[in-house]
Design a protein around this ligand. Structure first.
Ligand code: FEO
Length: 174
């Protein structure tokens, strides 16, 4: 069984991850409107990953005998100034999610909830990767600056991103 406080905090995280999916869907739609299908594809995959993250919290609450309580999802932004501005917003959002995961780990320690602590470790590692991914693309966009051919080439590259299950298999060498 999980405590009422932990149950509430984990439910709040379902919402935060669902909002992340919404945000990246919105960023994908924006890239589609800019005729940048590769950037849009990358954001679509990111949105799929966020849905999986929210489901991991959903499944864990149920597994521990808690109650899932879904809440309203806020509307994300719909306009950005440039591809660089979008990825800077994505990185800022991931840093916010990292701070939320860290607070959940703090709560698991405070409550001596070791199972929750172990469950949350996956997210601690995932957040390192999430920040690295967004940060890496920001660096590439800064190098490209206003080069149209550079944006075109990066769009081709980001369009190769594998969906979550295939990506995990490729990383494992399967
Ligand atoms: Fe679910 Fe991008 O953190």
């Amino acid at each position: 069984m999980i405590s009422a406080k932990m149950e509430k905090a984990l439910n709040d995280q379902i919402n935060a991850e669902a909002f992340s999916a919404y945000l990246y869907m919105s960023m994908s739609a924006y890239f589609k409107s800019c005729n940048l299908p590769g950037f849009a594809h990358w954001m679509d995959i990111q949105a799929q990953e966020e849905y999986i993250h929210s489901r991991k919290f959903y499944d864990y609450i149920i597994q521990r005998g808690g109650k899932v309580k879904l809440a309203k999802i806020d509307a994300p932004e719909t306009e950005w100034a440039s591809p660089l501005a979008i990825f800077e917003a994505a990185l800022k959002h991931e840093q916010y999610i990292t701070s939320r995961i860290n607070s959940l780990v703090d709560l698991s320690i405070k409550e001596k909830d070791h199972a929750a602590g172990i469950f949350l470790h996956w997210f601690v590692t995932e957040q390192v990767e999430e920040e690295e991914n967004a940060g890496g693309i920001i660096e590439q966009l800064k190098l490209i600056a206003d080069s149209k051919s550079g944006i075109f080439m990066l769009d081709r590259e980001l369009g190769q991103r594998l969906p979550p299950a295939a990506g995990a298999q490729a990383a494992a060498g399967a």
